[in-house]
Ligand binder design. Structure first.
Ligand code: COA
Length: 347
């Protein structure tokens, strides 16, 4: 039977080899580029010891559970949260109970275990373990051009017809609106964002602590993507932010609104940030803007700004251990703030 213990520096090569076998060469290369940042430089990992569990059989590594520690606000209490990310078992050892042992080891050691954007096999394992399933995190899209509605599976005449019919609606939805507060691009999050988070944390049923150290790590020093960051300002104070980037996809250009924060009571503030992102998306010639949001008030503001809810595949599983929560807690997710920026979804 395999033994589970913590990652050691000389495991690196074997873990990379296993990663390549399970996820393929491209994913392994991408993971290698992110690895140091993702596992060692996380500010919630002050000893710089990666929060990774390894399954060993003699000298061989047959599985790992690699995680991202975060501070999680649960109804105003701060608990040690942990996003489960790169979990894998050697192909010849799968379906023999090893995954379950790894999941349980992780769960025993963290204040809250969180999983986002799961593979089919891990989602089924979470279900088998009967962990609370609160997902998927809703996905919302705002069309900006008629190309936004194109489907590669449709014949060209149908694509043309749909585009022509939708054009008047898209023109209304995508029209430019004035900004009602000051928005400015910033290079880093200063300490005022920690103060902003401290003030807002109790309003969220569940959310990752978005202090300046976390935000800078996640959105300023990520080695694999470049983000734009817009700060919302009122009376010379930072009262919100939006993090976004523009990407080429097979179906066209997309602006991805990765993360954002305002006071949920400040609908005008969020709308202002959304209008800013609209302008930036138009400047980048994007066909649409895509975002993920769980909070009901934020989703309402998004819909009022021209976003439509579409099917989401971003499954979300969470199990809180450090504070007592009743089963109803997992059903009342309207005040939870989860976005694409959480875990390592944007990679
Ligand atoms: C997810 C993973 C770590 C699970 O490890 P494991 O050792 O196979 O899991 P266990 O043997 O403890 O549990 C098996 C249970 O997981 C689920 N499961 C695992 N693999 C599955 C698959 N290919 N299809 C459907 N269900 C699967 C089932 O519920 C299964 O129960 P069953 O065997 O009674 O039907 C492993 O399948 C894996 O490495 N998958 C590829 C990498 C991956 O997808 N990682 C997750 C990224 S989010």
């Amino acid at each position: 039977m395999a033994e589970i213990d913590r990652y050691r520096p000389d495991d690196k090569r074997s873990v990379e080899g296993l990663y390549r076998r399970v996820f393929g060469n491209d994913a392994a290369e991408a993971s290698r580029l992110r690895w140091d940042w993702q596992y060692r430089r996380n500010p919630n990992n002050p000893g710089h010891e990666p929060e990774i569990w390894i399954a060993r059989e003699g000298p061989a590594i047959v599985g790992q559970y690699a995680t991202m520690p975060v501070k999680l606000s649960v109804r105003g209490h701060e608990v040690q949260g942990s996003w489960g990310m790169d979990v894998m078992v050697a192909p010849e050892r799968q379906r023999q109970g090893l995954g379950e042992v790894l999941f349980r080891t992780w769960d025993r050691n963290v204040g809250a275990a969180l999983g986002l954007g799961l593979s089919d096999s891990s989602y089924r394992l979470f279900q088998k373990l009967r962990w609370p399933d609160v997902g998927p995190v809703p996905c919302l899209v705002k069309p900006l051009t008629r190309r936004a509605l194109r489907r590669p599976s449709w014949p060209t005449p149908l694509n043309r017809l749909v585009s022509a019919l939708a054009l008047p609606i898209i023109k209304i939805v995508a029209r430019s609106r004035p900004l009602r507060a000051e928005v400015r691009l910033i290079q880093r999050f200063d300490d005022s964002f920690t103060a902003l988070w401290n003030g807002l944390a109790p309003t969220f049923g569940l959310a990752v602590r978005r202090d300046a150290a976390y935000l800078n790590w996640k959105y300023v020093s990520a080695p694999h993507v470049r983000y734009s960051i817009a700060a919302l300002r009122r009376d010379d104070r930072n009262v919100g932010y939006a993090v976004y980037r523009h990407v080429h996809e097979p179906r066209g250009r997309v602006t991805v609104l990765v993360d954002f924060l305002t006071d949920p009571a400040d609908e005008a503030g969020l709308s202002t940030l959304l209008h800013w992102v609209d302008r930036e998306a138009r400047k980048a010639d994007s066909d649409k803007i895509r975002t993920f949001a769980m909070h009901a008030v934020f989703r309402r503001a998004l819909r009022r700004s021209g976003y439509f809810q579409v099917k989401s595949t971003m499954e979300f599983v969470v199990k809180v251990n450090a504070v007592d929560v009743d089963p109803a807690f997992y059903e009342q997710t309207d005040t939870w703030h989860i976005t694409l920026g959480d875990s390592d979804q944007d990679r």
